[in-house]
Design a protein. Structure first.
Lengths: 876, 740
């Protein structure tokens, strides 16, 4: 069994909405035999009795990956095994929670299956331990996880920024961050103040909040003097400590104070002596101006029974199954160390002594859960005046999320009434004692933090439009972005030629994948996002977002890139591209081409509403959709019409210059898709109209998408079209433009199927007099001349083509075609290296086109009207 | 706004000269008081010391031979003291004519304070009724420093009188050390100055650079160049250089490629991958420690790794960017200053060692030094310089050939102002970098050949984003203009016209003070503001008591000003507070004086109406130009204060026909007055009747209560509370109880 091309699909993908590991599994014939499979299944069932009979070896592997993760404590359930066009080759897909855990589970499962198949043993329990350790290491800590859960419940998306606890919520300009219980609003100064116990105390005292009396001391002698000034008993602690390190409480004797001083200096040089407040330790959690939780914290302790030693009592307590080893459980085992012994000694005890029945033995004087302390929720009991006092304290220090340590007899009374006080104010407080108290109910503290960060109607999202399809994606993306910019949004946009934020290109190259989309969502200046979502990224990694507001599918047609990545048919391609539709928000909109059957079918899978668009208003799907009160966008009487029920919006095509008064059919379709998309987002129609009017498809605006320019009185059109559907649309468009002689410059990408290459020239041969073939810069695996031969093959028996040239190199081919131009000619250049080629053309030609529409209008012949619609839009 | 109101000491009759072979005299400090806020002397903190000069009363300066000469030889700066003659040399003239030790102590103290950088001092010397006992008042920006200055002055003056030696230099050094330990750092000081220029009050919250600007809920805090809005998470991100780099790169901000390496071999491997030369630095180091640039060989890289690994938790290898280091300061989304670094190199003369050349060619520059006053650091051979030298085949003791250029420091001090040259696109990129990290104030380090060109054109990159950036390089550049970065930070903290003030009402005078303070606080509370009240009965925020002992003092008031939840504050000040503590606030919106004449009962010093005025007017002196004084038209002491207020004056009067009131109304003034047993708010010729007197007090004969109601009403009106609401609030039981 061979496992290859292992991928982490980090977002919604063709298989599922969940993150999953995908791998190709190849099995030999011997491995695939029914007998071998049965043997392996029974071996596996020894370890995973819940296992069903695997259908094949790949399935057995997938099931093992899933169950290893489940055993390690990961809540996963999805798996899928798909056959491929190749014999005994499968795609396996298994859900993961932590990518590293999923990958390791696959590796271990592979080892396990291989070993078992060979009759060897495999140590499943150590594999599970490894996975569990890795998971504990990778996953978010309990505080952060609780906040993330609360965000998810409110539909706020999150992204981990580090392997630690730094998390971003929301997207673009709406994003906020947390790091454990710190938020992006947490003030650095406030944290510094909280770190300085003396300063904090002064500020609290100023605000009339009870705090223990005390002062800083310079040596052990001074510590004792301070203790006498303040009055016994006292607490000795380091000035800037945390986690209770070096803190000694309830000291009454000179000797104790001196020893405590020495211990405290080991943590920090500056040591405080404070009045010891009798009572329990409480932790109050303030978020914003609200008290959201309170817990009583008790030190680890045991109660004597008159028979058992202290040691025995500790062991008995630790045998409680709820007491785990790490941070994961509500109770932690009591630690026995030097501090324990010292604490016992203060009570005149050793571990071997047997305390009297009912005698309470404190094992250490701090209440941290990590050393065996317990937390009891008391949120509901807090007196309003005490709550107000805690809020005052948080605000004096300036912390938005604040853990306040109070010592008092009870939280049911104000502090002043009982001589209690606030002993410490903590930034980034741990939440575990509130989330998972040892006793009492959990408090929704994660929710409180999220509510403080995001207003009631704010889910941190920005309008997000995903666009896919075979042809027309880039133009549609640009147009939607342009329209969004009209209403003042700073738009982030990705596409095959880069990433753009608010008009500035921040990345170049093919940026139609999830990495680029993520960079837009991470950008602080983005108010709305439009993503070209190409097949490659979807297959490689899935989507960069959990859901979108609008998913636009322009067309699938007969498909592109078929035969790659086990995508053999247009229907399979539609299934991949349909991912964006399957992940439309329930409140969102799928914008689908009704004239393309594979696209129209996606309507069934859209969780939100659907807007159909098609030039033909009478298309049965359009008519039916409209009758049901749904949105449709079509062409009618020289206008694009958007209709729902009685509501109708008309956009005259003459006011949408880039459609050339509707003559460029594919541009009309792109405009319809964009109108439908911004309709879903509720954009102001006046601004939309202005945007449609001002949208330009020149080489600067939409490079490589039907960029028209002029040279020696001839029309030169540059386009990035590279599949048969694009050729149909281009031919249709070109035929609407009068020309004496038409020439085309074309190459082919070596990774396309033979038939797709020759089909392109077959279509062009019907419309062009001259064809200049050139060899692509990179042959993508084809032998020299192979692509050219296929292109030439397509021209066999061409209706119109009279001359065919083969040229080496894109620039030379372009130069050849341009040199031959005469006034009144038309030349279509199908560029390959888009930016370089466009720059090359720009340097050669006389000038940019004057307004295309006006040119064409003056030149128009009566016989160059549109000859029916192939129903497909153009140009990648 | 300082108006000094006292005449200088009159020269006393000259006594016959005495020989002073032995010097049997002494000067004793009897008591000292620190007035921490506006006071009877001035508006700034002062140290007031009672000085007993004893027998020196008989020896004015002109009767001690050589004293004036010795003193002015030790302190030549005294010639600048104008003193009462009002001309340069004025004080020396007074010394020649004969003046007494208290007056001399005042000037000597101020001179000493000036020598350690505490200029613009205020000083006064005043006789008391007791012969030989004086009050010496000197400004006390830092009270311990002024106290020490005064002690040194005494020793110095006595030494000069007795013709003894005095180690002035040592004394000044001690004073300077103390002053420097109390000073705000230069960055904080620049911000504080900018706040002062905008009339924003300031309070220090600790001995360091934690400062509060503004009062109560309008306050903002800074700690050096961090503000209370500086996100702790952002600060954490900025410290993690690798994370910062990743976040910036994701948003398209140019950063050098690089990666974290765990071993020296991995460093070399990464360097080859990235392409030589490279930079090696700790991921979370500070102040350029352990940063090595332009490393091109395996040996250098391994050596640099070994040092860098000790300075941080991990080591980063990055592409070396050609160009100069720049520091760009971004405040609130705008570039406010930019500085460029300069390479330090020396030229050999064939005779001197590298070390000697560094001294003679670099460190001889007066701009180089070790203190904050020097814009450039002294050049030392640190580990980075060692690498540079060995790369050139040199050691610190080598003697370069004549004319040989020797590179010492690649990233020298970034202290050459280039603010005006920053290309707009560069500005946009650095602001974006600050936003990505999430910092409101950020120092962006970038390496570029030319800051006036876009980064992408020159392969330039942002190499670091710093929280809490130092401002010194912009305040005191080695070359070019200083930039108003303190102002930028204050403008960022306080947008628009805001000066961080909350409605603040100060009340002083006689018996009615506390009642009026309580009443006004109640008005504000009824108006929906969380109101702090500091008065003789205690300190409250709304109904919550912060203390129940007397709060009509500096400490009580300060509790409110520091409190982040106080939206309005009413502060009672008794005469004791004004005389012995100073006011807790610099200025207030409304100042009320009630029962001024009977304030004499409070304090023996106030028995004389002139002294009474001198003390109580302190409250009126600090009223903001946009604020108002509330004064009794029928109290002669209060009437004297009408002319002293920078803001509006609202009078109140039991008798609507009082002459002063009528004059005031004639000038379109506002007042609260009783006419025909009605309480009315009068504005020039317009009036609004609040109601019959008996609606507010038991009877018209309750004159004290009535006067207080009028003062409260006038204050409420001045605070913008509508008459209808005033009418309702004044009738509430709470206020009624205060009046009894």
């Amino acid at each position: 069994m061979e496992v290859s091309r292992v991928r982490a699909l980090r977002g919604p993908n063709r298989w599922s909405q969940r993150a999953a590991i995908e791998a190709i599994v190849q099995c030999s014939a011997a491995e695939s035999s029914a007998k071998a499979l049965k043997a392996l299944a029974s071996e596996l069932r020894v370890h995973f009795p819940e296992l069903d009979s695997p259908r094949n070896l790949a399935h057995a592997l997938a099931v093992t990956v899933l169950h290893l993760q489940i055993r390690a404590g990961c809540a996963v359930s999805f798996l899928h095994v798909a056959t491929t066009s190749e014999h005994d080759t499968y795609q396996v897909v298994i859900e993961y929670r932590e990518e590293a855990v999923g990958l390791l589970a696959l590796e271990l499962a592979h080892q396990a299956c291989t070993a078992l198949a060979q009759g060897k043993n495999f140590d499943f329990s150590s594999a599970v331990d490894r996975l569990r350790d890795l998971d504990e290491d990778q996953r978010l800590g309990p505080s952060t996880a609780s906040i993330v859960r609360a965000a998810s419940a409110r539909g706020i998306p999150f992204t981990r920024l580090t392997e630690g606890s730094l998390v971003r919520f929301g997207w673009g300009s709406r994003a906020r961050r947390i790091q454990a219980a710190e938020t992006s609003e947490s003030s650095a100064i406030a944290e510094s103040i909280a770190q300085d116990k003396e300063l904090t105390k002064t500020l609290l005292e100023t605000a009339g909040i009870s705090v223990p009396k005390g002062r800083q001391v310079i040596n052990a002698e001074d510590a004792w003097n301070a203790a006498l000034e303040i009055g016994l008993p006292v607490v000795v602690k380091p000035r800037d400590g945390n986690q209770g390190k070096g803190v000694a409480v309830n000291l009454t004797a000179r000797e104790q104070v001196m020893t405590a001083y020495a211990a405290a200096t080991e943590v920090r040089r500056d040591v405080l002596v404070e009045q010891f407040l009798p009572g329990h330790d409480f932790r109050l959690l303030v978020v914003g101006d609200r008290l959201v939780a309170a817990a009583r914290r008790d030190p680890p302790q045991v109660t004597g029974d008159g028979i058992t030693s202290v040691q025995g009592l500790i062991e008995r307590v630790n045998s409680d199954p709820r007491r785990g080893g790490g941070h994961a459980t509500s109770l932690t085992k009591i630690t026995t160390d030097a501090t324990t012994l010292a604490t016992l000694l203060e009570q005149g005890l050793t571990l071997a002594d047997v305390p009297a029945a009912g005698q309470r033995v404190v094992l250490r004087n701090n209440c941290n859960l990590s050393t065996g302390g317990t937390a009891t929720d008391v949120t509901d009991q807090v007196h309003p005046a005490l709550a107000e006092c805690a809020i005052d304290a948080a605000q004096m220090v300036g912390l938005d999320v604040c853990g306040i340590d109070v010592v008092c007899q009870t939280v049911t009374q104000p502090l002043e009434a009982q001589g209690g006080g606030i002993v410490e104010v903590n930034a980034a407080p741990g939440l575990r004692m509130h989330l998972d108290p040892s006793y009492g109910s959990a408090q929704p503290v994660g929710e409180a933090i999220i509510d403080a960060l995001f207003g009631a109607d704010d889910n941190g999202r920005i309008p997000l439009v995903a666009v896919t399809g075979n042809n027309g994606k880039t133009t549609t993306v640009r147009l939607i972005a342009h329209l969004l910019a009209q209403v003042g949004h700073r738009v982030g946009m990705t596409g095959t030629d880069g990433v753009w934020v608010n008009g500035r290109r921040i990345d170049t190259g093919d940026c139609s994948g999830p990495r680029s989309a993520r960079s837009v969502l991470a950008h602080p200046d983005v108010d709305a996002a439009v993503f070209e979502t190409a097949r490659g990224g979807l297959l490689r990694e899935g989507l960069a977002f959990d859901r979108c507001d609008v998913a636009v599918v322009t067309n699938i047609g007969r498909g592109d890139h078929l035969g790659m990545n086990f995508i053999e048919t247009a229907a399979q391609l539609a299934e991949v591209k349909g991912t964006i539709v399957r992940n439309v928000a329930p409140t969102g909109m799928g914008v689908l081409n009704a004239a393309d059957p594979l696209v129209a079918e996606m309507a069934q899978t859209c969780p939100g509403s659907v807007t159909f668009f098609a030039r033909d208003r009478h298309h049965p799907l359009m008519a039916a959709h409209r009758v049901r009160g749904n949105r449709v966008v079509f062409e009618d009487g020289g206008a694009i019409v958007a209709v729902q029920g009685n509501v109708e919006h008309r956009f005259a095509l003459r006011d949408i210059p880039f459609t050339n008064e509707g003559q460029l059919g594919f541009q009309v379709e792109n405009a319809m898709a964009a109108i439908a998309a911004v309709w879903a987002l509720g954009l102001d129609w006046t601004r939309v109209r202005a945007g449609l009017q001002s949208f330009s498809t020149d080489a600067a605006g939409v490079p490589g998408r039907f960029n028209v320019s002029y040279h020696r009185g001839a029309t030169v059109i540059a386009d990035y079209g590279h599949n048969p559907d694009a050729m149909i649309a281009l031919v249709e468009a070109v035929e609407s433009i009068p020309a004496r002689r038409r020439s085309v410059v074309i190459s082919g990408a070596g990774d396309r199927r033979d038939i797709d290459l020759s089909d392109q020239t077959r279509i062009l041969g019907q419309a062009f007099d001259d064809v200049v073939l050139y060899q692509d810069a990179c042959q993508r695996g084809r032998a020299d001349g192979e692509v050219l031969a296929l292109l030439r093959q397509g021209l066999d028996g061409a209706r119109r083509t009279r001359r065919v040239d083969e040229i080496q190199g894109e620039f030379r081919a372009i130069d050849t075609a341009l040199r031959r131009l005469r006034p009144g000619d038309l030349c279509l250049i199908l560029v390959d290296q888009v930016e370089q080629a466009l720059a090359h053309i720009a340097a050669r030609i006389d000038g940019l086109a004057p307004a295309l529409a006006s040119q064409l209008r003056t030149n128009r012949h009566p016989d160059t009207r549109l000859r029916g619609s192939a129903g497909l839009a153009q140009a990648a | 706004m300082a108006r000094f109101r006292h005449q200088d000491i009159q020269a006393l009759t000259l006594q016959p000269t005495a020989r002073m072979n032995q010097f049997p005299h002494s000067i004793t400090f009897i008591s000292e008081t620190v007035l921490r806020g506006p006071n009877v002397w001035t508006y700034f903190p002062v140290l007031e010391t009672q000085v007993d000069i004893g027998s020196l009363e008989d020896f004015p300066s002109n009767r001690i031979p050589g004293f004036a000469e010795r003193l002015s030889a030790w302190l030549p700066g005294l010639i600048e003291h104008r003193c009462s003659p009002g001309v340069r040399g004025g004080f020396l003239q007074r010394l020649d004519e004969g003046t007494w030790p208290a007056h001399i102590l005042e000037h000597v103290s101020l001179e000493l304070l000036g020598l350690v950088g505490l200029q613009s001092g205020f000083g006064r010397a005043r006789e008391t009724e007791k012969r030989g006992v004086y009050r010496v008042i000197i400004s006390a920006q830092q009270e311990t420093v002024s106290r020490l200055a005064l002690q040194i002055s005494r020793d110095l003056v006595l030494a000069a009188m007795a013709d003894r030696s005095f180690d002035l230099e040592a004394a000044v050094d001690t004073l300077r050390d103390l002053a420097e330990s109390k000073w705000l750092g230069p960055s904080t000081a620049a911000i504080a100055t900018a706040a002062e220029d905008r009339g924003i009050p300031m309070m220090r919250l600790n001995e360091g650079n934690l400062v509060q600007f503004g009062y109560g809920c309008k306050q903002r805090r800074i700690w050096t160049a961090e503000t209370d809005r500086t996100s702790a998470i952002a600060e954490g991100v900025s410290r993690d250089k690798e994370l910062t780099r990743r976040l910036l790169a994701q948003c398209g901000v140019p950063v050098p490629e690089g990666r974290i390496v765990a071993t020296p071999d991995e460093a070399w491997e990464a360097a080859q991958e990235i392409g030589l030369p490279v930079v090696i630095k700790p991921t979370d180091g500070n102040h350029g420690r352990g940063v090595f640039t332009h490393l091109a060989s395996q040996d250098e890289i391994i050596a640099a790794w070994k040092i860098a690994v000790q300075e941080g938790s991990a080591v980063l290898v990055e592409r070396f960017i050609v160009g100069n280091e720049h520091r760009i300061l971004v405040v609130g989304g705008k570039v406010v200053a930019a500085a460029r670094g300069q390479i330090a190199s020396v030229t050999g003369d064939g005779q001197s060692t590298v070390l000697a050349l560094i001294e003679s060619q670099l460190n001889s520059d007066p701009r180089r030094g070790t203190t904050e006053d020097h814009p450039l650091n002294r050049v030392r051979i640190d580990s980075a310089a060692q690498i540079e030298l060995s790369r050139q085949g040199l050691t610190p003791d080598a003697i370069p050939a004549a004319g040989q250029e020797v590179l010492i420091q690649r990233n020298g001090n970034v202290a050459f102002d280039v603010t005006d040259q920053v290309h707009p696109e560069v500005a946009e990129q650095v602001c974006l970098a600050a936003r990505i990290v999430g910092l409101d104030i950020a120092g962006i380090d970038l390496v570029a050949q030319d800051i006036s060109r876009p980064l992408a054109d020159q392969g330039a990159a942002i190499v670091e984003v710093n929280a809490g950036p130092g401002l010194l390089m912009h305040l005191k550049p080695a070359d070019g203009f200083a930039q108003p970065v303190g102002k930028a930070i204050i403008d960022h903290l306080f947008t628009g016209e805001s000066s961080g003030r909350i409605p603040l009402v100060g009340v002083t005078g006689g018996r009615g003070r506390c009642a009026v303070a309580q009443g006004v606080a109640e008005l504000l509370r009824e108006d929906g503001r969380r109101t702090g009240l500091a008065c003789a009965k205690g300190v409250w925020i709304n109904q919550r008591p912060l203390q129940t002992e007397d709060g009509a003092n500096w400490k009580g008031a300060r509790r409110l000003l520091l409190n982040t939840r106080v939206e309005a504050a009413v502060i009672e000040n008794d005469s004791h507070t004004i005389l012995n503590e100073g006011l807790a606030y610099d200025r207030c919106q409304v100042g009320i004086v009630i029962d001024a004449t009977d304030a004499a009962l409070d304090h023996p010093d106030l028995a004389d109406p002139e002294a009474n005025l001198r003390v109580l007017r302190t409250q009126i002196d600090v009223v903001l130009p946009s604020g108002a004084a509330i004064l009794d038209a029928m109290d002669p002491v209060a009437v004297e204060m009408i002319a002293l207020c920078d803001g509006e004056v609202l009078l109140y009067s039991m008798d609507a026909a009082a002459h002063v009131l009528l004059e005031h109304l004639k000038r379109s003034g506002r007042a609260a007055a009783v006419r025909d047993d009605l309480i009315a708010l009068v504005h020039g010729t317009h009036e609004v009747v609040l109601g019959p007197v008996t609606d507010f007090v038991e009877s018209a004969h309750e004159v004290h209560a009535l006067n207080r109601v009028l003062a409260i009403a006038a204050a409420g009106w001045a605070l913008g509370i509508a008459p209808a609401q005033l009418r309702g609030s004044l009738k509430t039981r709470v206020i009624q109880e205060f009046l009894v």
